[in-house]
Design a protein around this ligand. Structure first.
Ligand SMILES: [Zn+2]
Ligand SMILES: [Zn+2]
Length: 413
């Protein structure tokens, strides 16, 4: 019992205050939880609806496919215009294969094509789209030797003629009549006779198809790396943290070189470290990138080899400034048509700098690339950072244009 009236009032006030406080908190909690719950329900509802639509589409499509011989495929119509359409399932002519696509990978070249709407050498719309794939043979045309239904294969995106001046001089990547094939973002793809004969490789049983699909970009990276004739004790700077820059970095690290990854975005720093970068330079400006890279070499003398894997003229110029006397530069990233660079002739001459520019791959390099993937030291899974259904292809490319963290997305039909 309170001793005095004043105490009683005091205590009464405290009690009322407590009740109000607790009441308010309870109401706020209820509101808060209520809001979350409504949002959760909406979120789950949305996902479920999308899943249902997705599954529904697949079911409808597979029924249609069985009945009318069509398949889903991505068709490039122009700039940022790729449509998933029902097209006839291809049939194998003499010497050809039909491959059921197990995985098709997104690639910087496809992103360029998506943005521009075409590629002068490789693809003119309307056309089937995508070129990094591995899958299972479902049909072998008349006269095909060495392959049978059920085999897992990786079919490269091109094959040289074998007859021209360049082919006869072991420069098949420069073949006058390089035959390109597109259409990997689809359920099935036709492999032309020449690619079957020269550039289709059997995938060993222990290699997942999506890893085997890395053969093409890895062949380009290996080619660029071998072209600079590296020694295991070399220090190599790789400019660019895109899929090919990271692949080149990983190849150099596996070869035993000291590597300096010059990248721009935070996500690329982590990826570079995981793939074996000895040092990572996060470039805030070209000036700083050159200074910071040279600072990592004895007496700031510069790196033995610099590889440009961005594909912009400023980065080509940056690469030349990073190498030591007698060093080698590979302009690996292709720039837009009509661009040019400004180089210090004195520096190139008196410092005896070797300039290279590697393009594409040859059948022999493609075989070495698949061997590297199958060998187990190459971290194939680090390059495939996402999976998406063919229906989401447009969204995948839109995200890639926004410089998402993804390295490569496996498109599964
Ligand atoms: Zn590619
Ligand atoms: Zn040729």
């Amino acid at each position: 019992m309170p001793k005095t009236v004043k105490d009683a009032i005091q205590r009464g006030r405290a009690t009322v205050g407590g009740v109000l406080q607790v009441g308010r908190t309870t109401v706020e909690d209820v509101l808060q939880v209520g809001r979350n719950t409504v949002e959760d329900v909406l979120q789950v509802g949305r996902n479920t609806v999308e899943d249902v639509i997705e599954v529904g589409r697949e079911t409808v499509d597979s029924v249609r496919k069985l009945s009318d011989g069509t398949m889903r495929a991505a068709v490039l119509h122009g700039r940022e215009d790729v449509r998933i359409e029902q097209v006839p399932v291809p049939q194998a002519g003499p010497g050809e294969l039909i491959v059921q696509v197990g995985a098709a990978l997104t690639c910087g070249t496809d992103l360029k094509v998506f943005r521009r709407g075409y590629h002068a050498k490789m693809i003119k719309p309307p056309a089937l789209f995508g070129h990094e794939l591995a899958g299972t043979i479902v049909e072998a045309g008349e006269g095909v030797v060495g392959f049978a239904k059920g085999d897992h294969v990786v079919a490269l995106n091109s094959a040289p003629c074998g007859q021209c001046y360049f082919c006869r001089r072991d420069q098949e990547n420069l073949c006058d009549d390089l035959l390109f094939n597109n259409g990997a973002y689809a359920e099935y793809i036709r492999i032309p006779e020449r690619i079957v004969a020269k550039n289709t490789l059997r995938v060993p049983a222990h290699v997942p198809l999506e890893h085997a699909a890395l053969t093409e970009p890895l062949a380009c990276a290996l080619h660029g790396f071998e072209d600079v004739q590296p020694r295991p004790d070399d220090t190599i700077a790789i400019i660019g943290g895109g899929p090919l820059g990271l692949m080149m970095l990983h190849v150099a690290a596996l070869f035993g070189c000291q590597t300096i990854a010059v990248v721009k975005h935070d996500g690329q720093v982590e990826a570079a470290k995981q793939l074996g970068a000895t040092h990572v330079v996060q470039a805030t400006s070209i000036r700083n990138a050159i200074r910071d890279t040279r600072a990592l070499t004895p007496g700031d003398r510069g790196v033995d080899i610099a590889i440009e894997a961005v594909g912009v003229p400023e980065a080509w110029e940056e690469a030349v400034e990073m190498v030591r006397k007698g060093g080698t530069v590979n302009f690996f990233g292709g720039c837009a048509t009509g661009t040019s660079v400004k180089l210090d002739t004195n520096r190139i001459h008196y410092s005896d700098i070797t300039l290279r520019a590697t393009f594409h791959h040859t059948p022999a390099i493609c075989r070495r690339a698949l061997d590297l993937i199958a060998g187990g030291r190459f971290q194939a899974s680090a390059f495939i950072t996402g999976h998406a259904h063919l229906y989401k292809l447009n969204r995948v490319f839109e995200d890639l244009m926004k410089r998402s963290k993804e390295i490569k997305t496996a498109i599964v039909p």
